[in-house]
Design a binder for this molecule. Structure first.
Ligand code: NAD
Ligand code: TDX
Length: 355
């Protein structure tokens, strides 16, 4: 890939994962209002959650390049940045699954905290223009039955996942305060859409239902998540990349009608697939399970003109249609390491639920 004039080259970490790959595809597609303005270098370690199949079709595009590597590898990162061609980092790479962080918290600290600091430092030393740190609403902890998170809500994370994301947010904001580095932090609610690894609620339940396997619903199923279709997230990130103010946090959320109890999400999936509700199993709850998320996105709406466009009903239909049409993708990712985790996390729970 050779950099074109008037085109910015950006480094997308974690671009072979769910949101990073959707962001990369969207940025290089005609859906993106700036699609001719960027070239993308994806850096990804291809952990169990990263898959080159998520980027299939982009290999032949001039504006795309893939580099396999770890965000903690200082030598590799400096080599990528020192040529001076890359102007910004959009940083998605992370360990992202709450249930895994309950059994293996250290890998979350290593990737999410240490990895983010390596990137921040390298970005500053190589004089990059911008650093967009992709974070999560989970750093605010759990809401009770009312209220919404605003950007000034105190951080109160419940899991090693969200605690490590909170730490990385603070490192990013500290780089702005100490060095004046142009850093923006985005905190988004639950995403769903194509290419989501089937360990997360929506793709796991679609895949299990398709295979007539039980759907393990944690606790009473009344926990509430606010859902955002992944392309809406990409649109928000582009706006922050282009016009976000340095040192600022931007919340990104679903509409109020997309704040849904897990059991209702489950029923919608089963209905859309024509599968029976007898597949639902109420299983032992997640430890430290956050009750409810709701994100106030007034700031990004007022400053950058963003709001969600895809309703949950439309988004879930599109998502289910994608999984139905891409059974081969699901089969290819549901292998070795994933099956070990599935066994560890679910077998005992499902056995207990059956007794
Ligand atoms: P994901 O687990 O699907 O993808 C993570 C990607 O990062 C994978 O491709 C993986 O190979 C890569 N990666 C992991 N460790 C790495 C390392 N050390 N070096 C290089 N690459 C590494 O995650 P996702 O759901 O796409 O989430 C992406 C980002 O968005 C994360 O930072 C997450 O905290 C944040 N986020 C996710 C959601 C959501 O609903 N999924 C919501 C809000 C924010
Ligand atoms: O098998 C399951 N059964 C179940 O009831 C799984 C996997 C989940 N759940 C529940 C737990 C949550 O209340 O569904 C809800 C959603 O769970 P996840 O898909 O694991 O997402 P969550 O824990 O809310 O975190 C997600 O959103 C915020 C992402 O994994 C994070 O990366 C992101 O930051």
């Amino acid at each position: 890939m050779s950099k074109q004039k008037n085109v910015k080259k950006i480094l997308v970490t974690g671009g072979a994962g769910f949101i990073g790959s959707n962001f990369t595809r969207w940025m290089l597609s005609s859906d993106c209002p700036s699609n001719n303005k960027y070239e993308i270098v994806v850096l990804d370690a291809l952990t169990y959650a990263g898959n080159l199949g998520n980027l299939k079709g982009l290999e032949s595009t001039n504006s795309f390049e893939f580099v396999k590597g770890d965000i903690r590898d200082e030598v590799l990162i400096n080599n990528l940045l020192k040529a001076g061609e890359i102007s910004a980092i959009v940083h998605f790479a992370a360990e992202s699954h709450v249930d895994r962080s309950i059994v293996d918290p250290l890998s979350f600290v290593r990737t999410n905290v240490e990895g983010t600091q390596v990137l921040l430092h390298a970005a500053r030393m190589n004089k990059l223009e911008k650093f967009i740190h992709i974070s999560t609403d989970e750093v605010y902890g759990s809401l009770g039955p009312t209220g919404s998170f605003v950007e000034t809500t105190p951080l109160d994370p419940s899991s090693a996942y969200s605690a490590s994301k909170a730490a990385s947010d603070l490192l990013a904001l500290a780089a702005y305060r100490t060095h004046g580095q142009h850093v923006c932090v985005t905190r988004c609610t639950n995403n769903y859409g194509p290419y989501q690894f089937p360990e997360k609620l929506i793709p796991l339940f679609i895949n299990n239902a398709l295979n007539d396997k039980p759907l393990p619903l944690y606790g009473n199923g009344k926990n509430i998540r606010s859902w955002l279709y992944v392309d809406d997230h990409s649109d928000a990130i582009l706006r922050v990349l282009e016009n976000g103010r340095a040192g600022e946090v931007y919340n990104i959320g679903g509409s109020s009608s997309a704040e849904i109890e897990n059991k209702d999400v489950t029923v919608k999936i089963l209905k859309e697939l024509g599968k029976p509700s007898t597949l639902i199993r109420h299983v032992e709850d997640r430890l430290g399970h956050d009750l409810r998320y709701s994100v106030d996105y007034t700031k990004i709406k007022q400053e950058l003109g963003w709001e969600p466009k895809v309703s949950f009903d439309d988004g879930i239909k599109k998502t289910i249609a994608w999984y139905l049409a891409n059974n081969d993708w699901s089969k290819s990712v549901l292998s070795g390491e994933y099956l070990n985790f599935y066994d560890l996390n679910y077998s005992a729970r499902l056995k207990k639920a059956a007794n």
